[in-house]
Design a protein around this ligand. Structure first.
Ligand SMILES: [Zn+2]
Length: 419
C-alpha cells in the first residue's frame, strides 16, 4: 500500500492511544478465508536437522502428492546444498535452524543471511529454534519462529514461538504412525487451527526420531482426501497468509451492472507478504455465471463458484496490494494468462468449465487425472502436444468437488475443483 508518511505516522500515534493498530477491515458482503480456500484448518510439514532422506525420499513424495514442505536447515548438519536449492526450486521452503545448532542460539540474522546466500531467491522468513530453547530476538528477524509443545496452534499464533508436534519420538507425544499423524489434521479442522508436524529423519536415517515413509505417504493421502477442509502449505506461506488475513482491508471501490471493482490492501511489506488470500462474495442471481471473470491488475486470477450450505459464492485468490480486482459478470470472451503465487504462472487453473494447464511448467507427455475425494479416478486424459485445456462439461460424477492432478512423470501439480 502506498501511503503518505505523515499520515502513516499519525496513524501510529493514534494506534498507540487507542490500541487499534494495523488490523484491517473487510466490507460486507466480502469475506476473507481464515485459511486458504476457506478450509477449516491448516497443516504444515517441517523437517529439522538435514537428514539425508529428507531430500532423497520426502521431497519426491511431497512432489508426487502435490504438497510443499519446509526444510529447517543448519550448516552444522552439512546439508547437501545442491539438493536444498533443487527443493527450493520445486516450491519447498528453506528456513533457518541456526548456524551451530546450539541451545539458546541467537545468531538469528547471521543464520538468515547464510540461507539467503546459499539458496538464492529464498527470503528465509522462517526459523526453528534448536533444542526447544527460546532466547528472545527471533521476531526482530523472522516473520515466524517455530517451537515445539504440541498442536494445533491457534488461528493467530504467537509468531515468536509457534507450537509444533514432534513426530516419531516416543518421548514427546508418542506420535509414531499414520494414525497419530492424522490426528493433527483432525484437530486443525475441529479447532480451526494450524497443526505443524516437526519431523527429523525419514525412514530410518536418524536415531533420535525418523518418520516412516509409508506413514508419511498415507498421511499426505489423508490430507488430500480432506483437501476441502484442510490446507497444507509451507510453514512460511501459512504464516504469510495469517498476517495478511489479519491485516487486510477489502472494500468495494466501484460497481455497475456488469462489474465490481474491489480494493484489497494491507500495511505489510509487499516484498514478503505476497501470498494470495482467498476471498469470496455471494453470487447474485442477476449474474451470468458461466461468464464470470476475476482479474487482478488486469490478469486473470484463480476463481471458482462454490456452494456452501446451499448458498453460492464466487471465491477468488488475490494478493493484497497487488492491484484492483475487477469481477465481471456480463458476457465476455477474454482469454487468459493466469498468474499465481509470487507472480509465477499457476501450473493449473480452472476457468469456468475448463482446466487450463500451463505447459511451460511441464515437459511433454502431460496426463491429467481427475479424482473424487475418496481417491477414485473419475477421468483421465493424455494431452496432445498442442493441447492445454481439458473441457469439464462432459464429465459425469455425483460429487461437488474433485481433484485435478497434472503430471508429466516428473513434475506433478494438483488443484481442488468445485463444480
Ligand atoms: Zn534440530
Amino acid at each position: 500500500m502506498t501511503i503518505n508518511l505523515l499520515h502513516f505516522r499519525s496513524l501510529l500515534i493514534a494506534g498507540t492511544m487507542t490500541c487499534i493498530v494495523s488490523a484491517g477491515s473487510v466490507e460486507k458482503p466480502f469475506e476473507v478465508g481464515t485459511w486458504a480456500n476457506f478450509c477449516k484448518g491448516a497443516v504444515s510439514h517441517t523437517f529439522d536437522d538435514n537428514t539425508s532422506n529428507q531430500l532423497t525420499k520426502a521431497v519426491p513424495l511431497f512432489n508426487e502428492k502435490g504438497f510443499h514442505m519446509t526444510i529447517f536447515t543448519s550448516p552444522y548438519y552439512r546439508p547437501n546444498w545442491n539438493g536444498i536449492r533443487s527443493a527450493f526450486a520445486q516450491g519447498h521452503e528453506i528456513g533457518s535452524h541456526s548456524i551451530k545448532h546450539e541451545s539458546n542460539a541467537t545468531d538469528f540474522a547471521a543464520s538468515q543471511k547464510y540461507i539467503q546466500d546459499s539458496v538464492p531467491g529464498e527470503q528465509c522468513i522462517s526459523y526453528a529454534y534448536p533444542n526447544c530453547t527460546y532466547p528472545s530476538g527471533a521476531s526482530n528477524v523472522y516473520v515466524a519462529s517455530r517451537g515445539c509443545e504440541g498442536y494445533p496452534a491457534p488461528k493467530t499464533p504467537d509468531f515468536n514461538n509457534i507450537k509444533a508436534q514432534l513426530i516419531a519420538s516416543a518421548q514427546y507425544g508418542n506420535i509414531m504412525d499414520v494414525n497419530g499423524m492424522n490426528k493433527l489434521v483432525d484437530a486443525a479442522i475441529q479447532e480451526a487451527g494450524w497443526s505443524i508436524y516437526l519431523h527429523h529423519g525419514v525412514e530410518g536415517d536418524y536415531m533420535f526420531a525418523a518418520t516412516p515413509l509409508n506413514d508419511l505417504s498415507q498421511n499426505l493421502d489423508y490430507i488430500a482426501k480432506n483437501r476441502d477442509k484442510v490446507w497444507c502449505e509451507t510453514f512460511g506461506n501459512v504464516a504469510r497468509y495469517i498476517k495478511e488475513r489479519d491485516a487486510v482491508t477489502v472494500k468495494k471501490k466501484a460497481s455497475d451492472d456488469k462489474s465490481i471493482t474491489v480494493e484489497i490492501t494491507d500495511n505489510l511489506d509487499n516484498k514478503i507478504f505476497n501470498y494470495p488470500l482467498s476471498i469470496r462474495l455471494p453470487v447474485e442471481n442477476t449474474w451470468d455465471k458461466p461468464s464470470v471473470t476475476v482479474k487482478q491488475a488486469g490478469k486473470d486470477v484463480q476463481d471458482t463458484i462454490v456452494s456452501v450450505d446451499g448458498k453460492e459464492y464466487l471465491m477468488f485468490q488475490a494478493v493484497p496490494d497487488g492491484g484492483d480486482v475487477v469481477i465481471t459478470f456480463g458476457a465476455t470472451t477474454s482469454v487468459k494468462n493466469s498468474v499465481s503465487f509470487n507472480g509465477n504462472a499457476a501450473p493449473i487453473t480452472r476457468l469456468r468449465s475448463s482446466l487450463v494447464i500451463n505447459r511451460q511448467q511441464f515437459n511433454n507427455n502431460i496426463s491429467v487425472t481427475l479424482f473424487n475425494l475418496d481417491g477414485k479416478t473419475i477421468a483421465c486424459y493424455k494431452l496432445k502436444n498442442d493441447e492445454s485445456t481439458v473441457d469439464l462439461n462432459g464429465i459425469t460424477f455425483s460429487g461437488s468437488t474433485f481433484i485435478a492432478n497434472v503430471s508429466d512423470g516428473v513434475t506433478t501439480s494438483s488443484l481442488l475443483v468445485h463444480r
